[in-house]
Design a protein around this ligand. Structure first.
Ligand code: ZN
Length: 93
């Protein structure tokens, strides 16, 4: 799978979880209590942060969600098709 494909799969999972979770939480909270709701939110947050750190350009190691390697860079919730730093085609690599 290409780097862009992995990033797209990661973003779709996180997007689906973000929108589905409030409804799932409404069902789970009366059964297991609020601590379970907060625990799952913490796991989702950790999953998101891990994706930002792990999904990188295979050539220059820039995050595929960042516009450049500089300290000042824009970050998007959707992965880039072309690396923001070295212009590597992430759909092919
Ligand atoms: Zn790159």
């Amino acid at each position: 799978m290409s780097t862009y494909g992995k990033g797209r799969r990661f973003s779709l999972i996180l997007l689906a979880a973000t929108f589905a979770w409030p409804f799932v939480a409404m069902l789970l909270a009366p059964l297991f209590g609020n601590s379970v709701v907060f625990a799952v939110v913490a796991v989702l947050f950790a999953f998101g942060m891990t994706g930002l750190a792990v999904l990188r350009c295979p050539n220059c190691k820039t995050s595929i969600f960042a516009s450049s390697k500089n300290v000042v860079a824009t970050w998007t919730p959707w992965p880039r098709k072309v690396c923001g730093h070295c212009r590597l085609d992430l759909e092919a690599n």
